[in-house]
Unconditional design. Structure first.
Length: 215
């Protein structure tokens, strides 16, 4: 085969490659997918950063008044909810570790402390105990509260479900963690006095006329 034939073959290959490149470029411009205004899936507990630059920190959540809510919590309902936990955790005293550590007596237990379980470095790096507040935040969205945790549970969105579950976990111990005192009720702010010359409120008794001072 002479050089002329080789040039024809090489030219055909280059022409085909250029044609494919041009078709692909035109197709990308014609059929560019339209990005949605909002994501179709929102991770619970994570808020969008309006200024851009990725995901913002989880929104701060108001904690329950544990001295009040634990007294009225549905412990039996919490035990029912705990069946979701039992897919990965054993709840009995002296029970084995499963995919997750045994949870008997977990309330107010130091994090990453159950003997024989290999905790994630993310959880071991977060000191402190499993207080009511910490459990309340973690159970809502484990991967948001402690990024890097091994726990793949999606979480419980309902405040009531989390309170009932924590009430049951508290009872599931030899010595249940103490219930804190209820927060004092806030006193209502006193009504503002009417400005001079303002009409008295409807139904209010008229003020006494000022008496002249004795000479």
């Amino acid at each position: 085969m002479d050089s002329f034939e080789w040039n024809k073959i090489i030219g055909a290959i280059l022409g085909t490659a250029i044609f494919i490149f041009v078709v692909r470029l035109v197709a990308e411009n014609l059929y560019e997918p339209e990005k949605p205004a909002k994501p179709g899936y929102v991770v619970e507990g994570v808020v969008e950063n309006p200024a851009g630059g990725g995901t913002a920190a989880p929104a701060e959540e108001t904690m329950p008044d544990w001295g009040t809510v634990l007294a009225s919590a549905d412990v039996a309902g919490g035990k029912t909810i705990s069946t979701k936990c039992e897919q990965c955790h054993d709840l009995s005293k002296g029970g084995p570790n499963k995919i997750g550590p045994n949870l008997f007596g977990v309330v107010d237990r130091p994090r990453g402390s159950h003997e024989g379980f290999s905790y994630s470095s993310a959880l071991k790096a977060k000191p402190g105990n499993w207080t009511y507040d910490e459990l309340f935040k973690f159970i809502k969205a484990p991967g948001v509260d402690i990024p890097g945790t091994k726990m793949s549970f999606a979480g419980l969105r309902s405040d009531k479900d989390r309170i009932n579950l924590i009430a049951f976990l508290r009872s599931n111990a030899d010595s249940p963690a103490p219930i804190p005192a209820a927060a004092p009720k806030k006193e209502a702010a006193p009504a503002a006095a009417p400005a001079d010359g303002a009409a008295p409120a409807k139904g209010a008794a008229p003020a006494e006329a000022a008496k002249p001072k004795a000479p």
